[in-house]
Design a protein around this ligand. Structure first.
Ligand code: FRU
Length: 488
């Protein structure tokens, strides 16, 4: 079905209870509903927003269009957790109900100061000629969960030299100042990060652009900056970055530059290498935060803009990724599933064997599980695993040793979509052993490779009965593996 503009800008309050019940019914009958990922109860989810640790709990909001599986007028939907694994539904956090956000409460970040959680976001507006005007806005949340919008926008419109693609404020503190990064497109249609400075979080002064030697794309969405050890990481989604070999094969990439720490009194990035966070098919708009244990944690949208979604006919679309802890080792970024996920793994079965060719093991099957395996003493050209194996279906992941590449192939995974962007993803990889940690949910898979050196995240829509797991080695390898059920 084609969604008209009018339908996309219908607010939740405009639909009848019966209409909403019908929507819920159609969502709940979907066989692809996830079991342990954050997903919308109806409609479309996109970017994570306002990710933060506040008042002893983790908070996440997400971009939400309630009444259909398409992009329309956006709300922030609020979830809270004590452990980043079990989430409590807090309902709508921010509704598009002022003139500064008439066409959606767009993405933004959270910042804790004193007793409040400050929520910075972009108010998206359109006039009758459909001309966009962005506002950067603020709301605060108190310890009782009351959210109050500040009575006027902090930043009105985009500055001289930039288009109306000017959004996704990300706020942090450095040397006694607050800084706000904003994703931008300049009037030459080039992606940029613009930054502002403030002493009090309310009054913001335009400072200029972050000096980034990487140039690519027409619009950079969802910027974020943080430091780990003696490194800085600046991240953004470079819309329009062209495909190059194995890199940037998705419609839009989501990446980061690993740089020397950035001094925002004169912000200069020292590298031009734009690395993708994730090597899979469905990953975008991640956000990070630092928690009370000092961990830097990232969560992303397990989806992409502009790509159809198989669950559309059931009136919902997309989910969030599992949270990942970020570290730096040997000048490379590692992303590991957060350790709290151990608490939902149960009934482990472990095997240890030498395999030649294909091998199946008792108890190794399912559609919802955690699987950890390590291939060592590898001899030959290929080792890997087939997941969700069934009638003419399999999802393939392997180490192609001859070509020094990891390969993820979902061309036989089940229902296909976004095939115009290819059905295989690869990245270079040159390690002695192969270790995988796999989180399988009803319709997604996240594969963490060698302690988080690489991650492949994707939706897959296999038949419910396609539950087989098969290991393979051409010629031989030792393997140790554990599979666990996952129960929230
Ligand atoms: C990224 C994005 C953001 C914007 C939001 C709107 O996916 O386009 O730039 O704020 O989604 O939902």
């Amino acid at each position: 079905m084609e969604w008209t503009r009018e339908q996309r800008y219908r607010r939740l309050e405009d639909i009848t209870g019966k209409e909403y019940e019908d929507l819920m019914e159609s969502v709940n009958s979907c066989i692809y509903r996830q079991k342990y990922h954050i997903q919308p109860k109806t409609g479309l989810l996109n970017d994570p927003n306002g990710f933060s640790y506040y008042n002893g709990e983790y908070h996440i909001f997400y971009q939400w269009f309630p009444i259909g599986p398409v992009h329309g007028i956006k709300y922030w939907y609020h979830m809270v957790s004590k452990d980043l694994v079990h989430w409590i539904d807090k309902g709508i956090g921010l509704s598009p109900d002022t003139e500064y956000e008439s066409h959606g409460v767009f993405s933004g970040s959270g910042f804790v100061k004193d007793d409040l959680l400050y929520l910075f976001y972009t108010g998206n507006t359109r006039d009758k000629d459909w001309i966009r005007k962005p506002y950067q806005c603020l709301a605060t949340m108190d310890k009782d969960g009351n959210i109050n919008k500040y009575n006027k926008p902090l930043i009105i419109d985009s500055p001289e030299g930039y288009t109306d693609n000017f959004r996704d404020p990300n706020v942090f503190e450095q040397n006694g100042y607050y800084y706000c990064l904003i994703g931008a497109e300049n009037t030459n249609n080039e992606g940029r990060i613009v930054y502002y400075r403030s002493k009090d979080l309310f009054d913001w002064q335009l400072m200029g652009e972050v000096n980034i030697p990487y140039k690519g794309g027409f619009m950079w969405e969802c910027p974020d900056y943080f430091e780990i050890d003696d490194k800085g990481i600046i991240m953004f989604c470079s819309q329009g970055q062209e495909k190059s070999g194995n890199e940037y094969n998705n419609i839009f990439p989501s990446g980061y530059i690993l740089t020397d720490k950035i001094d925002f009194s004169n912000p200069v990035v020292t590298s031009d290498i734009y690395n993708e966070f994730d090597r899979g098919f469905d990953f975008y708009a991640p956000q990070t935060m630092k928690d009370n244990k000092g961990r830097r944690i990232l969560i992303g949208w397990l989806g992409l803009p502009g790509v159809e979604c198989v669950t559309e006919k059931n009136n919902w679309a997309h989910c969030l990724t599992l949270p990942r802890e970020l570290t730096i080792k040997n000048n490379r970024l590692y992303q590991r599933p957060i350790s709290e996920l151990d608490n939902i793994k149960c009934n482990p079965i472990t095997i240890s064997d030498t395999i030649k060719g294909n091998a199946r093991f008792d108890g190794f099957e399912g559609d919802i599980y955690y699987l950890n395996c390590k291939f060592t003493d590898i001899i030959g050209d290929k080792v890997g695993i087939k997941l969700r194996v069934g009638d003419n279906e399999e999802t393939l992941f392997y180490y192609d040793i001859l070509n020094s590449e990891l390969v993820f192939d979902r061309s036989n995974s089940g229902i296909q979509y976004a095939v115009e962007y290819g059905s295989v993803r690869k990245c270079s990889f040159n390690e002695k052993d192969l270790q995988l940690e796999i989180f399988m949910d009803s319709s997604s898979v996240e594969i963490f490779v060698n302690d988080g050196l690489e991650v492949f995240t994707s939706r897959i829509y296999a038949k419910k009965e396609s539950c087989g797991i098969e290991f393979f080695a051409e010629n031989s390898a030792n393997i140790e593996a554990t599979i666990c059920d996952i129960r929230l």
